[in-house]
Design a protein around this ligand. Sequence first.
Ligand code: SAH
Ligand code: SF4
Length: 352
Amino acid sequence: MQKSQEKPSLSGLSELELIKLAEGLNWPSFKGKTLHSWIYKKWANSFEEMSDLSKKDREALEEKYTLSSLLLEEKQVSKDKTIKYLWKSQYGDLIESVRMFLEEHDSYSACISSQVGCAVGCPFCATGTIGFKKNLSANQIIEQILNIQRDTKERLNNIVFMGQGEPLLNYDEVIKAVYLIKDSVSIGARRITISTSGIVPQIKKLAEEKLQVTLAVSLHAADQETREFLVPISKKYKMPDLMEALHFYYNKTKRRITIEYVMLDGINDQVEKARALADLLKGLHCHVNLIPYNPTDVGNFHGKALKRTPMPKIYKFKDVLEKTSRKKVTIRHERGVDINAACGQLANKFVD
Ligand code: SAH
Ligand code: SF4
């Protein structure tokens, strides 16, 4: 990756912005389009590579701008080929992203961060323990994607906002990034998933954007009491309001919602809780994704360490939920556990 960090980065500018930038340099506007293509289609690592720009043009760019404000700090490759990246911003912030291979689609997906840390503080999530540090800019969100493609030379087909942070608490930058992913990186909105802990007003706002992105909601419990423990922000955005927002999202977008449900031994995995969940989801167009809990060193319930539900019990829960709700229920296939790259394990810790 390019080194000069202080200069403004061109990755994260739209085609129109790049055309304006070219015009500002007294260049013909088509050079803005050329730049756009080098950045987003050819994943250029340096201005030097931009062979259809003159040496003088390239030097002018080099002097003023950079192609990445994020520098690669560390990279780890898991036994299952999942790659975890740690980037350092020009302000010294650490940002994590994960690239996964999706066997079922024969394609690659990136799990990207929208914030450094997270304010929501779910007790089972390593990111939550860091607390909120910073919102990422749209630019920094896009650079995670471009840098992964630059590094691997392989196209990403799918983007999930499931790295560090609560994307809907960084709404404007995330939406700006979504437009860039769609229009410049050329990954369709249907292949972009925003996962949220349930920020009700922003779910409604997102519905109004009519963006066709997939909304995933970290529900984790069907009753208010358990949910308040697992997702503390639900004290503010209560269950009936959240459910109403999800129906609203579906009605506006006609996009089926993904319900995420982390499986925690003895906490939310009893058969009667599967029935309660089926009941709660009645009439909502959704599918349920059960996530086997990935142990972190932080998760505890009244002083007792949180444990993953044993697999046979997860299958039983799935079976009861499927039969009572008649909805599609899947179990999330975990990736990159050996390098702490799985869901909820992102806390800037790299395995030696
Ligand atoms: N803040 C957003 C997105 C990031 S977390 C959200 O909470 O939805 C992405 C998913 O990983 C969420 O469903 C989250 O609940 C889940 N998760 C967090 N910690 C986990 C852990 N230790 N094991 C399994 N899933 C976890
Ligand atoms: Fe934040 Fe999501 Fe982790 Fe909860 S699960 S602390 S909302 S990143």
